[in-house]
Design a binder for this molecule. Structure first.
Ligand code: XIL
Length: 375
């Protein structure tokens, strides 16, 4: 697991002075009962949280995604040795505080240890890989049976770019059916847990079509899939609102719920809109443009775009079952260290856990419409 204490630093804030806050409504209250609102947090809870962070989490959110703890690389770093102590504490804390736990993630070509795909010096056989998947899924999902609301069963299986599926050790060894196999294993381990397919850029037409194909194939094969997770690692001024709306409608038309699972709005330029964790850029100190704080004008654009995004979500509250931010506040965002080290300001709360004007814009817009509940 990666923790990045350096990113928790508190650069002098140039944030616009806000009026003294009135009673601050929780995001979960303004969003309405039909849509869960969550965030990802790294490390074991509550130990990893400062008191002010714990308060922020419990006031605004009703869902929690352990950011790294449940990934195969952390959950089973060497074969047969499961490392779930921090995850146990986090799940217990979340349940005690009415936070639905999202299990992220069972199978992913990233943050998955090499041993999964090897047999000595050679590649594992198909049978060996499937047996390891079953053991991993059965152990992890089984351990939290009845405690985890839903699992990201397969993460990022669609190629970018490519004809259809991403070429990974999973597909190389076990073929395209490996995705359906993982869903079946997860369902057997906890028949009541929701099961999700999660990926980035799948709102964009070309990747959306290939995702629809995968989902259709899974559903036709009789596999349980409850929802599709659109990660939502977007860039300021480049939020694909129209593509997102079309994607929500298209995924919902298959009979699936839609979730925005890893939302953040990057304010520092980066070369591409992807979220491939293998990508790395070296940023110089000069590129760390918002080290001393984020300019008002940028924060205002971010506020407008967040409000527009939540207005879209509000209008589709009958289709969107959850929105989760990838981080609790700006100081805890992975965008401070991916795709390279820089100071980022992508979320609704600043490093001191104060709501930013983006929070105000979202809350005001949602309040003006009243919470929308699905029919
Ligand atoms: C990221 C975490 O936030 C980082 O702490 C870690 O170093 C790398 O992974 N898509 C996903 C998430 O599905 O699991 C990734 O999380 C971000 C991109």
């Amino acid at each position: 697991m990666t923790t990045h204490p350096a990113s928790l630093g508190s650069p002098a804030s140039r944030a616009p002075r806000r009026p003294a806050p009135r009673e601050q409504l929780g995001l979960r209250d303004v969003l309405g009962a039909g849509v869960l609102v969550g965030c990802a947090i790294d490390g074991g809870l509550p130990a990893a949280l400062r008191p002010v962070e714990r308060k922020l989490l419990c006031h605004h959110f009703n869902a929690l995604t352990p950011e790294n703890l449940l990934k195969p690389g952390n959950a089973q770093p060497t074969e047969g040795r499961f490392n779930l102590r921090d995850a146990d504490a986090t799940v217990a804390f979340a349940r005690a505080n009415n936070l639905a736990v999202i299990g992220h993630c069972l199978m992913w070509h990233q943050q998955c240890p090499d041993w999964f795909f090897k047999n000595g010096g050679a590649a594992a056989s198909r049978d060996l890989l499937l047996a390891r998947m079953e053991k991993h899924i059965d152990t992890v999902v089984g351990r939290y049976r009845g405690m985890i609301h839903g699992w990201d069963v397969f993460n990022e299986a669609i190629a970018e770019p490519g004809d259809y599926l991403r070429d990974t050790p999973f597909t190389q060894i076990a073929g395209p059916d490996v995705i359906a196999d993982a869903f079946r294993m997860a369902h057997a381990a906890d028949p009541d847990a929701e099961l999700y397919y999660n990926d980035f850029n799948i709102e964009v037409p070309d990747k959306r079509e290939r995702t629809l194909r995968l989902l259709r194939e899974l559903l036709d094969a009789g596999v349980r899939v409850d929802a599709v997770g659109i990660q939502g690692h977007w860039l300021l001024d480049r939020v694909p609102f129209d593509d997102l709306e079309a994607a929500i409608e298209a995924f919902h038309a298959l009979g699936l719920k839609v979730m925005i699972t890893e939302l953040d709005l990057d304010v520092v330029e980066r070369p591409d809109c992807g979220a491939d964790v293998a990508v790395h850029h070296d940023y110089s100190v000069a590129d760390d443009v918002y080290r001393q704080g984020c300019p008002d004008e940028v924060l205002r654009r971010q506020a407008e775009q967040y409000a527009k995004l939540f207005d879209l979500i509000r209008r589709h509250a009958d289709k969107v079952a959850r929105v989760s931010f990838w981080g609790l506040h700006d100081g805890r965002s992975w965008l401070n260290y991916w795709p390279g080290e820089r100071t980022n300001h992508p979320l609704l709360f600043d490093r001191d856990c104060r709501p930013k004007i983006a929070y105000d814009a979202v809350a005001r817009m949602l309040e003006s419409h009243g919470p929308k509940r699905p029919a």
